[in-house]
Design a protein around this ligand. Structure first.
Ligand code: CDT
Length: 310
């Protein structure tokens, strides 16, 4: 029997600084109701779905940013999402800023099963940007100030009859992200993103080029690991700062099968056949047959570039 998972990529438009969690959750519930009416098994929301993309704002005292973080999940504000998803029998994933009881800060996403139970957690590994205010930038990107790198690796889970994994935004640009999950047989990778439409350091870089790099990364990751990829934007203009949309669903051959058209709240729904991952995994990207790990040592032993001696 075919293993079809009907996925809803629930793009969110802009969330302003002044918008409360309750306002955002109401928007997320509207998208969930639409997903239910379209037969979705699984709804995926963006990175840091509950708030504005706060790492663009510098706070000298980093604790001033703690109000953007969730100390528990579900929280009072997010409980309606869990309850409604369970009522619909719909699985769910979304991103949020996590503040642990030990006082650690992570950029996190969770996997929630059809009964509303959290069954998986991922903490963003590749944090982009910088830790201090940088005046030469057109806008700040302070993820390295507000988060520590994820400590959970890239796990995958048996979920909805397949093998599922998560990553978050900048992780998609790193082939290691997909390959580590590929080596665990991943069949669907979900991720949320908040990507500025403008390059903070290169004035005039076209948004189209930034979207090209976004798609290039996702399509390569999907193809080279023969996995579905569901990438969901937070988009639109947040307090004057534009984020591009372009939520996409990529099939295991690297082709885009669904793409958002707006920078607003928008739902993409696609029936994904997990068995479509088999051919690539058994042939071109049959890792056991073709990989030559004796030549890959530098991937894990070296971080930056060291030029060969002359
Ligand atoms: N949220 C996130 O990871 N955004 C980054 C922007 C990088 S620019 C410093 C991204 O890779 O899209």
């Amino acid at each position: 029997m075919a293993r079809i998972v009907t996925v809803a990529a629930a793009q969110l438009g802009a969330i302003q600084k002044a918008d409360s969690r309750q306002v955002v959750v109401a928007r997320m519930l509207d998208l969930m109701a639409e997903a239910k009416s379209k037969g979705a098994d699984f709804i995926v929301y963006p990175e840091l779905a509950l708030t504005t993309f706060f790492p663009r704002w510098y706070a000298e005292d980093r604790a001033e940013a703690d109000h953007w973080f969730e100390r528990e999940m579900p929280s009072a504000a997010t409980r309606p999402l869990f309850e409604r998803a369970a009522q619909y029998g719909m699985a769910m994933s979304f991103g949020y800023a996590e503040l642990t009881p030990e006082g650690r800060h992570f950029n996190t996403s969770i996997l929630v099963d059809r009964s509303g139970a959290i069954v998986g957690k991922y903490r963003k590994v590749h944090l982009p940007g910088h830790a201090e205010f940088e005046a030469q930038r057109a806008h700040q990107h302070l993820e390295k100030r507000y988060f520590e790198p994820g400590d959970l690796g890239f796990p995958v889970w048996h979920f909805l009859g397949g093998i599922f994994g998560m990553c978050i935004c900048n992780d998609r640009r790193w082939p290691e992200t997909f390959r580590v999950m590929g080596l665990q047989g991943v069949e669907m990778v979900t991720l949320g993103f908040n990507t500025p439409s403008a390059n903070a350091l290169v004035s005039g870089e076209p948004t189209a080029k930034r979207i090209f790099h976004h798609k290039l990364s996702l399509q390569a990751g999907g193809y080279q690991n023969s996995t579905w990829v569901v990438a969901v934007a937070k988009a639109g203009v947040e307090d004057g700062h534009p984020l591009f949309g372009c939520s996409i669903i990529v099939d295991p051959e690297g082709e885009v099968v669904a793409e958002s058209r707006t920078e607003d709240d928008e739902l993409l729904v696609h029936a994904c056949d997990l068995d479509a991952t088999h051919f690539g995994k058994q042939e071109m990207f049959n890792f056991a047959k073709h990989r030559r790990i004796e030549h890959y040592g530098l991937i894990t032993s070296r971080t930056g570039v060291i030029l060969p001696s002359e």
